[in-house]
Design a protein around this ligand. Structure first.
Ligand SMILES: O=C(O)C1=C[C@@H](OP(=O)(O)O)[C@@H](O)[C@H](O)C1
Ligand SMILES: C=C(OP(=O)(O)O)C(=O)O
Length: 466
């Protein structure tokens, strides 16, 4: 459970507003009092950590992950792999938690996997579990039972795996693993999530014939995440190529053991960088990779569309928001197709709600199958504060209005919580119902937001030591 703790118990980091309520996680988002001058580091990428955990578990020897993410999603992946017979030990200690030493073993079945609300766990692990021996059951949070899973279930059946489900195309389901998967040609519809593609590609080198995968649906969201999957496979010596758009060939063969440094989570950088445009001043994120497949890198292109200046110096990226919206800066809305980076949408929509003219964010229909229906949730919560957000078939149309404080529901979605925090910088009294949802990918969020970002308080979490 996330509870902010400060070294001086008499210090009120929220300047009169309440701390995180331990029983409920309720948190009144702090407002910005003036331009920022913040410099911070962020913990490891969820997407890289959970890919490298899977690949290390399937590799031909031990691998160390340096600076991995430690959060609910990564912990669920670690526990699931352990329950499949993989040894994962903590070694050393980094600023955001220990490194991980992964030693693969024979994959064992006869287990149940808790996916929580993690898309990476529910889509990446079934093809891995199919390589074990015996039954493996998959389930997750109540809200995970509405996330689309039919493509994974159908794909496994097409590959000859025995899958039992109730026909709804969601969790829970179970499979009976026979120790090998033949592989070969496979067609899937991955329009609801790129994770269907990534999950199959990650396990494919261990299929007897590898995999020749074709996406046959209309859209394919989150292409950078598929690129990330390909890059992480190639780094471990796997032959992957894409002869045409929506088509991939993975050769069968060993996955090399590899020690890897996990990059900071650039999608989790989004609310912090957007804060520079709202509060004004500068926000610098350290350890920004020069080359990366993370879609968060697109923020360097997207935030200037709202008028920000972005610079990179010595591996640190700085967003300068000038006077900021709070300081009276006029910020024009934008028209943006975010199909490549849907996970950036909540932060961008929150910013658009504070702009001076309307925005349309499209290409994000698949966000209805994320942690919650993010299109409905963003529209409901912004409109609940007096905004005007209309749902489109594949996006949102945001017409900025004067907003006032009030309740902000998170629907167990970490990015709904951080979107509420962005609006709370400019609007007093935004009451986020449960900031603990940020522990899905960034348990330190509230401390980083009030400490290094807003310069209030001295958090005791490692992030506060910067
Ligand atoms: O493969 C991954 O690590 C992810 C892929 C994307 O999923 P969708 O394609 O379902 O949007 C992204 O939104 C999610 O946060 C992480
Ligand atoms: C969609 C997301 O997560 P997941 O990996 O659970 O799909 C997200 O983090 O925005």
């Amino acid at each position: 459970m996330l509870i902010s703790k400060y070294s001086n118990p008499d210090f009120d980091p929220y300047q009169g507003e309440s701390l995180v309520e331990p029983e409920t996680g309720r948190w009144v988002a702090p407002t910005a009092n003036g331009p920022l001058s913040a410099r911070l580091s962020l913990p490891g990428s969820k997407s890289l950590t959970n890919r490298e955990l899977v690949l290390a578990a399937l590799a031909d020897g031990p691998s160390t992950l340096r600076s991995p993410l430690h959060s609910r999603d990564s912990n669920l992946m670690v526990e699931a792999l352990r329950s499949l017979g993989v040894s994962i030990e903590e070694t050393g200690d980094g600023p955001f938690g220990p490194d991980l030493l992964i030693t693969p073993g024979e994959l064992t079945g006869s287990t149940s996997i808790d996916c929580g609300l993690a898309g990476t766990v529910m889509r990446f692990l079934p093809p891995v579990a199919a390589l074990a021996v015996g039954p493996v059951a998959f389930d997750g949070d109540a809200s995970a039972r509405r996330r689309p899973m039919r493509t994974t279930i159908d794909a496994l059946r097409a590959l000859g795996v025995d899958v039992s489900d109730d026909g709804r195309g969601t969790l829970p389901f179970s499979l009976y693993a026979m120790g090998t998967v033949e592989g070969g040609d496979l067609e899937i519809d991955a329009s609801a999530s790129s994770q269907f593609v990534s999950g199959l590609l990650l396990a494919a080198p261990r299929f007897a014939r590898g995999l020749h995968l074709r996406h046959v649906g209309k859209h394919l969201p989150s292409m950078p995440h598929i690129e990330m999957t390909i890059e992480t496979l190639r780094a471990r010596g796997v032959s992957v190529h894409s002869p045409a758009a929506g088509e991939w060939i993975v050769a069968p063969g060993p996955i090399a053991a590899l020690d890897v440094d996990i990059e900071p989570d650039l999608s989790n950088a989004a609310p912090f960088l957007v804060a520079a445009l709202v509060a004004g001043g500068t926000v610098t994120i350290e350890g920004w990779p020069t080359e990366t497949t993370q879609v968060g890198a697109h923020l360097a292109r997207i935030l200037p569309l709202f008028g920000a200046t972005v610079t990179t110096v010595d591996g640190a990226l700085t967003v300068d928001g000038g006077a900021g919206i709070v300081g009276g800066r006029s910020v024009a809305g934008i028209d943006l197709d975010l199909s490549e980076g849907g996970e950036l949408a909540p932060a961008i929509v929150a910013l658009a709600a504070l702009a001076d003219s309307p925005s349309r964010i499209t290409g994000i229909g698949h966000l209805r199958g994320h942690e919650t229906d993010r299109l409905a949730a963003l529209a409901a919560e912004i409109n609940g504060l007096g905004g005007s957000v209309a749902e489109l078939e594949d996006g949102l149309e945001i017409t900025p209005q004067k907003l006032s404080g009030g309740p902000w529901r998170t629907y167990e979605d970490h990015r709904m919580a951080t979107a509420g925090a962005i609006i709370g910088l400019a609007v007093e009294g935004v009451e986020i119902d449960d900031i603990r949802t940020t522990s899905k990918t960034l348990p330190q969020f509230a401390d980083l937001w009030t400490g290094p970002l807003l310069g209030r308080g001295a958090p005791t979490t490692p992030s506060g030591l910067l």
